[in-house]
Design a protein around this ligand. Sequence first.
Ligand SMILES: Cc1cc2nc3c(=O)[nH]c(=O)nc-3n(C[C@H](O)[C@H](O)[C@H](O)COP(=O)(O)O)c2cc1C
Length: 452
Amino acid sequence: MTKLSFDYHTKVNSHNSSYSCLWINPLSSSIGAYTTSFQRIRLSKRGWERIKVGKYCLQTSYKLFYTRFYMGNGNSFGRCFRISTWGESHGAGVGVTVDGCPPQLPLTVDDIQRELDRRRPGQSRIVTPRKEQDEAEILSGVVDGQTLGTPIAILVRNQDQRPQDYDTVAVKYRPSHADATYDAKYGTRAVAGGGRSSARETIGRVAAGAIAKKILATYCNMEILGYVQRVKDIAAIHLDPDKVTLEQIEKNIVRCPDERVAQEMIELIDKIRRSGDSLGGVVECIVRNVPAGLGSPVFDKLEAELAKACMSLPASKGFEIGSGFSGTYMTGSEHNDEFYIDSDGRTRTRTNRSGGIQGGISNGENIILRVAFKPTSTIGKVQKTVSTSGEEVELRGKGRHDPCVLPRAVPMVEAMVALVMVDQLMQQIAQSFLPFRRESIAFHSLGKELFH
Ligand SMILES: Cc1cc2nc3c(=O)[nH]c(=O)nc-3n(C[C@H](O)[C@H](O)[C@H](O)COP(=O)(O)O)c2cc1C
C-alpha cells in the first residue's frame, strides 16, 4: 500500500462536479472511498491509503459488503445558477466559475468590482491590513458587456503574500482555526494564509453574488442589504430593517446604519485590536421585493437553503430567520403573523415574525435573517495548543488578521443570500412557469416552436 501523494488528491478534487463513493464496512469497522478514477482508498491511522483494486472488484465488493454514500467535494454551490470557487489565500490567485447565468444580461467588470471593494482587506483600520486591490478579471462568458449564457470565469490575482508569517502555523495548530481538521482530512494543507479556509476564498462568492444581484435587480427589482447589527454586546436595537439604506450602511467603516452605535462599535474593535484579541457579532440581512412562491416545501425549504448558504461562510456560528430564537419566548397568539388584504388587493401579513417565509416558501414579505460570526481565531495572545508532531505547546498568532470579521462579512452574507435567491428564482421559472407561458415562449427561428 502506498501513501497517497498530494498530486493524487489534487487530481481527484479537480472533478468538482463529479462524485466519489464513500464506503463503510461494519464488519471490520473500516471506512474508505472509491474515487472518480476507479481507485479505492482507505482511512487508516496513517491517513488515506490507496488499496490496489480493479474495476470488477470495486463493483462486486460494494454490492456485497458496503453501505454507499455519494458525496461531492464541497467547492460548488447552487443548482440552476451553479458556482465553483477555487484558489488558495497565498497561491497565484482565487476566483469562481459561474455556470447557468442567463444570456444577454448586461455585465461589466465594474458590477463585480463594486462588491469586491466592499469585501477587500485593508479598507479601514479595523480590518486586516493585508494590501490587496482585488482587481477582478473576467476570463470568459461575457462579450461586449453582455453575458453569453456560457460559463463565466472570474480571476483575482493574489498580490501581497507573506508566507513567512505562517512558519509557526506549519507545525502548531491555531486553536479554533481549520489547520488541524484540514490535516485530519487531507493529510496535507496549504499552510500560508490557511489555504482555502481563508476568507480570501469568499472573493469568488462575492463576485458570483454580484452577478446574482444584477439578475435579481433586473428581473424582480429585488434588493439585498446586509449590515452589522451587533459587535460583542454593542447592538443597534432601534433600527427598522425595512427602511435601512445602502448609503446609511456604507457611511461608516463598521457598516452599521445607526451612526451613534457604529462609533461605539469602532471604538471597541480598535481597543481589542490594540490588545491583540478579537471580537464577534451579528450581521442582519434584509431582502426586499421578493416574489411570493420561491422555495420548496420539504428538504429544500427556502430558510434551509439560506441557512446552509450563510453557515458555509467562514467563522459563521449561528443562523436565525424572522423571530428566530427570540420567538420561543412568545405564545402562538403573540407570534402569529395575521393576514390582511392591502389597498392593492394583495394578501399581506401585519407583522413579519416568519421572516418572509412560511412552509419553506416566500410569502412576498421582506425576508429577514441574521448570521452570528465568532471572534477571529488567529489572535496575538499566547494560547495553548498542540503541534503537528503531537506535543502540547503554546502559540501566539502572527501576521495580518481581522480583529473582527463583521464589517467584511456584510458583502459575503449578501452574496450568499443573492446566490440562493437567484437559484430559487430560476428553479421556480423552470418548474412552475411553463403552464402560464404557453403563448409567449419564443425560440430562435432555427428551431421548431415548442407550443402552437
Ligand atoms: C470576513 C472574514 C475575515 C476573516 N479573517 C480572518 C483572519 O484574519 N484570521 C483568522 O484567523 N480567521 C479569519 N476568518 C475566519 C476563518 O477563515 C475561519 O475561522 C476558519 O476558516 C475556520 O473556519 P470556521 O471558523 O468556520 O470553523 C475570517 C472570516 C471572515 C468571514
